[in-house]
Design a protein. Sequence first.
Length: 272
Amino acid sequence: MFEMKWLYEIILIIYGLSLIGYFIDFIQHNRRANRIAFWLLSMVWIIQTAFLFNQVFIEKSFPVFTLYDGLYFYAWVLVSFSLIINKLFQIHFILFFTNLLGFFILLLYISTSAQEHLQGRGIQLVNEILIAHVTLAIVSYGFFTISFLLSIMYITQYRFLKEKKGLRWMWRFGDLNRLDSYSFKAVTLGVPLLTIAIILGVVWAYVSNAEFYWFDLKTIGSILVLVVYVIYLVLRLVKGYQGKTISIYNTAAFLILLINFFLFNILSNFHF
């Protein structure tokens, strides 16, 4: 039972890292990230397939007769399709969102299955999902904070350069293009981490029978923060916004993050 708990955790960690890799490739067309994500997802598929073969050929039971067994088979199908799409079609948009849904389905299956079959270990695993939810959310906020600081540095450097004045130490802020690029990369890392954190939080609330409110201010605030930073990526990639304009938007986005972190936490019915 102890080994099963660790195996579940390893699967989720590998899948989560693969999801981040596919998101980076989706945003930046990074082929190296795509290759790493593909091999990580292949590891998840191998482990899933081993479980599936064990259930079909050893336990003589095809995993479609109950809702939760169906979730496992559904997750396996989505991972299989993702690998095929990645190799044959190179459709990055559908690839990322297929994996996002697959991660949610697999997480839901593992959480419910662990509570049913691992007893005390299952409860511990569900509690660790809550810890992972909070940890990933805060780490994503860390990336957004770095992006915000880089944007502030960009705006300050831009102003001094435009006015052709400033102290010598201002040049230590760095090149404007580099500041803009690093700020964008920080958001690119923060968005998938926050997405995974929200998924973990929703699944934890469902499985643990916690008093969960979709209309709780903290829940709405977290989703709002994610939407705001997704809009940042859309403005950057689709509309072509760069430099001062996107830096000002990024600064406003960070203020929304601060409101969510401090004020909405206080007003929340179930968050700390």
